[in-house]
Write a protein that binds this ligand. Sequence first.
Ligand code: PAF
Length: 277
Amino acid sequence: MIVLQTIQDILNWRNEQHKSSLGFVPTMGALHQGHLSLVDQSLAENEATIVSIFVNPTQFNDVNDFNNYPHTIEKDLALLEELSISAVFIPSVSEMYPEMEKESFYASILTETLEAKMRPGHFDGVITIIRKLFDLVQPTKVYLGEKDFQQLSIISAWVKKENRSEVIVPCPTLREPHGLAMSSRNVRLSETGRKKASLIYQILKATKEQKHHNSPAELEVWARSEFALYPEFQLEYFEIIDAHSFAPLADWADSDQALAVTAVFLEGVRLIDNLRL
Ligand code: PAF
């Protein structure tokens, strides 16, 4: 595994790659089993695989969230070393942002609702860094987790809108034994917090189970009232949407793919999750 740190490093490395397919797993580090499953899928589907680790400052709308984001670079490199990836790209902030610019990307309700509403400017920062990374890496396929479903949809919409050639491969959410969706932020939870956080998945699953007897609006009200029973959880949103358009769902018949999406704070850590209904 080659460790690339500068733009020049990655440009040189990319020029030497004559493989028919290059898989790319962009990450912000603090790697967990969920990331490793994306790497495994990329390894299985491509001749070469590259991972990037870069905590992108322009996608943080909250400076505390940026400052508290876990950094475990040595552990991450050791984990990646065990897999047969070709390279890891770990640039510095000044390398990626000689100027701290941020482009803006609009894709109707996708860039206005839920995470976009709660974290203003977040997806502009994501698209800014994704463009830079894709231009440097020039991957064939890019592996992104479904836990960040809105991010996945926005990046896919951007690739389509700009007629880019990268194939975006959605990868299923991995869960901890108690049901909590794997996330780099989970390391900031206490052991008890991790167990308690399984409530999020329990409520999502119970929503799915009640689908045939209730309207989407009734289930949203039910799920919000369930969270309210546990004051240690501060619910930001719980909504049922159409997974293609992100429009709120009034009637099950209006969508062939309903999705329950939620964001909740526990022990000061913001956790997001979703489930196809
Ligand atoms: O999902 C993430 O880890 C980040 O948002 C990404 C896609 C690596 C862009 O910084």
